[in-house]
Design a binder for this molecule. Structure first.
Ligand SMILES: [Zn+2]
Length: 154
C-alpha cells in the first residue's frame, strides 16, 4: 500500500467520525499513519515499526495519557499495520520472530463464474530493496480526502 492510501484512509475515517476534526489532528494522524514505512530504510522493510510489540504498548500509553494528538498518532500507526495486514504481511513480534502474517482476499469473475478466496500469507524476511511506488490510482483517493478535508474543516 502506498503512502497516499496509508494517509487518506484514516483521515477519511477521522473526518467522518470526529465531532470536531482539526487540521492539527489530521496532520498528526497522517504522520502516525505513514511513518512506519521508514522501516524501508533499515535492514528489512516491515520490521520494527510494523511490529505489534512496539505499536500496542505505544497505543496503551497514548490511551492512558489521554492526549488526543498522541492518541491520533497511535491510531494512525495501528491503521498502517491493519492496512498492511491486508496487502502483504506484518511481523507481529519482530524482532523476537522474523515471520510475518497477512490475509490475501481475491475476487474472481468471468464466464466460468464468480468467487472469492481468502487465504493467510506467511512470509518473511523481506530484505531491503529499492522501491518504486505507483501512486497513480491513489491520487483519486487523495482528491476525495482533500475534498472531505475542505468540507469538514471550513
Ligand atoms: Zn508499511
Amino acid at each position: 500500500m502506498d503512502p497516499l492510501e496509508h494517509a487518506s484512509i484514516p483521515v477519511l475515517l477521522y473526518l467522518a467520525l470526529s465531532r470536531e476534526p482539526t487540521l492539527a489532528g489530521v496532520l498528526v494522524l497522517v504522520i502516525g499513519a505513514t511513518f512506519p514505512d521508514l522501516d524501508a530504510f533499515t535492514r528489512e522493510h516491515r520490521s520494527y515499526f510494523h511490529s505489534l510489540l512496539l505499536a500496542i504498548p505505544a497505543f496503551v500509553v497514548a490511551y492512558l495519557w489521554g492526549n488526543p494528538y498522541t492518541l491520533l498518532f497511535s491510531l494512525g500507526w495501528l491503521s498502517h499495520l491493519f492496512l498492511d495486514f491486508f496487502t502483504g504481511v506484518i511481523p507481529p513480534v519482530y524482532p523476537l520472530a522474523r515471520k510475518g502474517w497477512g490475509i490475501e482476499i481475491t475476487a474472481r469473475g468471468g464466464p466460468s463464474g464468480f468467487g472469492i478466496s481468502i487465504r493467510t500469507i506467511e512470509h518473511y524476511p523481506d530484505p531491503r530493496h529499492d522501491y518504486e511506488l505507483d501512486v497513480g490510482g491513489s491520487v483519486t483517493l487523495l482528491v476525495l480526502t482533500l475534498a472531505a478535508l475542505l468540507l469538514r474543516l471550513h
